[in-house]
Design a protein around this ligand. Structure first.
Ligand SMILES: *Cc1c(COP(=O)(O)O)cnc(C)c1O
Length: 413
């Protein structure tokens, strides 16, 4: 049978290659950090580069205290649990982590998943049915889109961050039994933060629940790192928060849903990725507890990330790059043209700066960009080296101090 399928798959793969959309993976030969050694292509000589494309926002991926906590747990709690939670997969530290996440975020309780992809995949179906309405931002993460698809509730999509459209969709959803507004807390392509204050106001006016996916928020947004909910001053008004342990909070893997007690209790009974998928490994659980302890004791890391972000954004703006304004450590440098974005990323790589170009279908056509991500693992010296490299490459390609229209006129869309 595979013979027939092979040909079709080969065709599809060459279609992806011909369109210039084939994704090649670079091999890192070091732990995740600001300074990494990368081989690309895989058999090429590895090169030392500064990493500006990890979700390692707080530099915790290779933090000595986090590694120590994971190592100790390996000895005290073992490597794996060989079970789902409800059979024999729950240790003291699993409940402890759930309670700690809840208290960190100011919610009643939390429930762990193998990944936030699973948290989002398993949150809607147990709570909502065909009588209900989900009102979801157009640019929400793929895992939210899939989670919504797995549930029978009616789906209303509102234009990205558009409160007038959200209001219109809420009006249309008034006859539903329950309504829930769902948004990413911060959006990964533009680094823009959801207007959770306005969303919560609308939710109160239209009697809706609110869910925020805080994967690109928890640990560093807001004055004490509680995320977009803190940044927007809506703690206590968001009913469901989903998040990941795989980005700022240590970067291994694992996810969670935090929120109202009855919601978490029902998810524990009915959420399919929780019931039918393995327990988060003990070393990850213990390391995550250590991460939350570090973040509860001090805001030093999120403060450092904030000043790194500010420095990079200010210097790049002054240098004449077209960057999406904002405060998030995701900094999109707009180039509009896909080959240009790719060329600039590879020129930067030659200069020891590892960044990635993003273009269609990851972002809309004509909105190609390089996405830079700052980290508390960066020192000012790293940031200045990156800006310097960007300036040299930007100068070469003649894109500094140019408007969008000028860049498009000179390089195409
Ligand atoms: C990364 C991400 C996820 C997936 O998280 P994992 O724990 O890696 O599965 C979900 N939602 C958003 C918004 C994300 O950025």
């Amino acid at each position: 049978m595979f013979g027939a399928m092979r040909e079709a798959l080969q065709q599809e793969l060459s279609g992806i290659r011909d369109a210039g959309l084939f994704k090649h993976e670079r091999t890192i030969r070091t732990p995740q950090a600001a300074n990494i050694r990368v081989a690309y292509p895989e058999d090429a000589d590895p090169q030392d580069v500064l990493n500006f494309c990890a979700n390692n926002y707080l530099g915790l991926s290779s933090h000595p205290a986090v590694i120590e906590a994971a190592t100790n747990a390996l000895q005290t709690h073992g490597y794996g649990m060989s079970s789902v939670r409800f059979i024999c997969g729950t240790q003291d530290i699993h409940r402890q982590l759930e309670r700690t996440i809840a208290s960190f975020l100011g919610t009643d309780d939390a429930i762990l998943y193998a990944a936030c992809f699973d948290a989002n995949g398993g949150v809607f179906e147990p709570l909502l049915n065909a009588r209900d309405a989900i009102i979801t931002d157009q640019l929400n993460h793929a895992s939210i889109i899939d989670g919504v698809r797995l549930c029978k509730a009616k789906r209303y999509i509102f234009k990205h961050a558009n409160m007038a459209d959200l209001e219109q969709q809420l009006t249309q959803a008034q006859s539903a039994r329950y309504r829930i507004i769902v948004t990413d807390g911060a959006f990964s392509m533009d680094g823009d933060i959801a207007k959770l204050d306005k969303i919560c106001e609308l939710a109160e006016r239209f009697d809706a629940l609110v869910m925020s996916d805080e994967c690109h928020c928890t640990g560093f947004l807001g004055k004490t790192g509680r995320g977009a909910i803190e940044h927007c001053g809506v703690q206590g008004r968001v009913d469901i928060i989903t998040g990941t342990l795989g980005k700022a909070l240590g970067g291994a893997s694992g996810g969670f849903t935090a929120g109202r007690q009855e919601i978490i209790d029902l998810l524990r009974q009915r959420s399919r990725p929780y019931l039918f998928s393995n327990t988060v490994a003990p070393p990850i659980v213990a390391a995550s507890l250590k991460v939350l302890e570090i973040l509860t004791k001090s805001t030093e890391l999120r403060d450092k990330l904030e000043s790194n972000t500010k420095r990079f954004r200010e210097k790049m703006t002054a240098a004449g790059f077209d960057i999406r304004p904002g405060e998030h450590p995701i900094v999109p440098i707009m180039l509009y043209n896909a080959p240009l974005a790719q060329k600039i990323a590879s020129d930067l790589y030659e200069k020891g700066i590892y960044v990635i170009g993003f273009f269609f279908p990851v972002v809309p056509k004509g909105e190609a960009r390089i996405r830079v991500q700052l980290s508390a693992a960066h020192e000012f010296e790293h940031i200045d080296r990156a800006v310097q490299a960007f300036c040299e490459v930007g100068e070469q390609h003649g894109i500094l101090h140019k408007s969008k229209d000028q860049i498009i006129a000179e390089h195409g869309e």
